[in-house]
Design a protein around this ligand. Structure first.
Ligand SMILES: Cc1cc2nc3c(=O)[nH]c(=O)nc-3n(C[C@H](O)[C@H](O)[C@H](O)COP(=O)(O)O)c2cc1C
Length: 435
């Protein structure tokens, strides 16, 4: 790596139609996601470009908050139909060799033993490339799909997640790494003295252990977290190997990273072992005008944009945004759902009408528009100012978008020595911690 400031690249994917919004999904692309082949092609392309990892988003409900019906969510394909991302990992792992794979799994819904076992198994199937995007989930409507009346309150969900992490990490450690001795002379497959019950008993969980799989190849999977609230960031800085943030603008990004690193230090961790990635998107063209035209082509019609923005916000906060006056400022609501996302929305809403905010709403730290050369320059400057550690690309997913990233932007970043050209390890965590 020739640059003093290399950074990491990753992609945020959904296991559903490549893009949402009426102007974005096409019959052709929409037909290719259900069997996983779109995702296989995308992840292969990312690996060729030496991306660190891909995150697969998840939730488990069809929201009916906005106007009290499923209409807007389903009409625009905002959250569903969506497949379970965990089985997809096997397929993606089979066709790749180096890229990290991070499905989203909820501490509110997976019993800890089930998650620990599934993740350990997948770390073997992927030969050490498994991650876990730890979410606590945000919607009571999802809880009702699992037989509960509601989720625990926001801050308590993080207290429960704390216990959850203590338990699953003990389960992963319940086998010493060399427990499978394969001693043919003594006829011992596994040395029972190296496998330990965990006998966990906390406020929320009770579990005997040990795990009945082998311990994960990486010891534990790469832990990823994206909570933006104070409790969320505290939790993430204690556990996560990588944290996704979406503060807008360089100053806020820089302050956000400093906060995460201070929190990590306060818990005795080396902050360099916790990589902060910023959510961004990019419109890449042969000229700036070409890139701007691509962005315009993706902009939904105003009436659709309002439904999409308010439908999404309603879904994650469980506040019906259709009840607010569009041409007036938004009265500040509160939520037990996604607090970070609501806070960002309210920050944007200061002094503006709800219509204006909805028409301009996006959830990115930065949106790059330009040629590969100009965007590479902007990314370089931004990372130098912020201090690290990388970018998580999101945006309207399509084959063209992924090709723009991997075949146009990445070669330019590589030419400048800003990102890796090849992986140095076959293990996900080693690659993440390489710089
Ligand atoms: C980039 C990004 C990706 C996220 N992906 C998911 C996801 O796939 N599933 C989910 O339930 N929550 C997801 N979240 C939500 C967070 O994990 C977290 O639950 C949410 O921000 C609320 O936590 P907070 O109140 O601490 O901000 C995501 C958040 C961000 C910023």
């Amino acid at each position: 790596m020739s640059s003093a400031n290399p950074f990491h690249l990753a992609l945020f994917l959904n296991f559903r139609s490549p893009s949402e919004g009426p102007r974005m999904w096409s019959r052709k692309e929409a037909d290719h996601w259900t069997n996983g082949r779109f995702h296989v092609d995308v992840v292969r392309a990312l690996e060729k470009a030496a991306f660190d990892f891909v995150i697969l988003e998840d939730s488990s409900l069809v929201p009916d908050v906005y106007r009290g019906t499923f209409e807007v969510d389903l009409k625009h394909g905002l959250n569903s139909p969506k497949h379970d991302p965990v089985p997809l990992i096997s397929m993606l792992g089979y066709v790749t060799r180096r890229i990290g794979l991070i499905p989203t799994m909820s501490t509110s819904f997976y019993p800890p033993f089930l998650l620990a076992r599934a993740v350990a198994t997948l770390d073997h199937l992927t030969e050490g490339r498994m991650g876990w995007n730890i979410v606590t989930s945000s919607q009571d409507r999802a809880a009702r799909n699992y037989g509960m009346d509601r989720l625990l309150p926001h801050d308590e969900r993080y207290a429960q997640a704390e216990e959850y992490l203590q338990l699953v990490t003990r389960l992963w450690a319940s086998w010493e790494p060399d427990a499978r001795v394969l001693d043919e002379d003594k006829n011992i497959y596994v040395d029972y003295r190296k496998v330990h019950a965990v006998d966990y008993e906390g406020k929320y969980y009770k579990c005997r252990g040990p795990l009945n799989t082998l311990p994960p190849v990486q010891g534990r999977p790469v832990l990823c977290q994206a909570g933006q609230s104070t409790k969320g960031l505290e939790f993430a800085s204690r556990w996560a190997d990588t944290i996704i943030v979406s503060q807008k603008g360089v100053a806020a990004m820089k302050a956000g990273r400093a906060k995460v690193r201070d929190l990590a230090r306060a818990t005795g961790r080396d902050p360099d072992r916790c990589k902060v990635l910023y959510l961004v998107d990019a419109f890449i063209g042969d000229t700036r005008e070409h890139a701007m035209a691509k962005r315009e082509a993706q902009r939904p019609r105003p009436a659709d944009q309002i439904e999409i923005a308010l439908g999404l916000m309603s879904g994650v906060t469980e506040i019906d945004f259709s009840t607010f006056e569009l041409d007036a400022p938004l009265p500040p609501p509160s939520t037990q759902g996604h607090q970070g996302m609501l806070n960002e929305f309210l920050r944007m809403a200061a002094g503006r009408t709800l219509r204006d905010v909805a028409l301009n709403w996006h959830f990115m730290s930065a949106s790059f528009v330009g040629t590969p050369d100009s965007i590479a320059g902007e990314m370089d400057e931004m990372m130098q100012e912020v201090g690290g550690d990388g970018f998580l690309f999101s945006g309207f997913m399509s084959r063209e978008y992924v090709a723009d990233l991997t075949e146009k932007l990445v070669p330019e970043l590589q030419r400048r020595g800003l990102v890796r050209k090849q992986y140095s390890s076959h293990l996900f965590r080693d690659n993440l911690l390489e710089f």
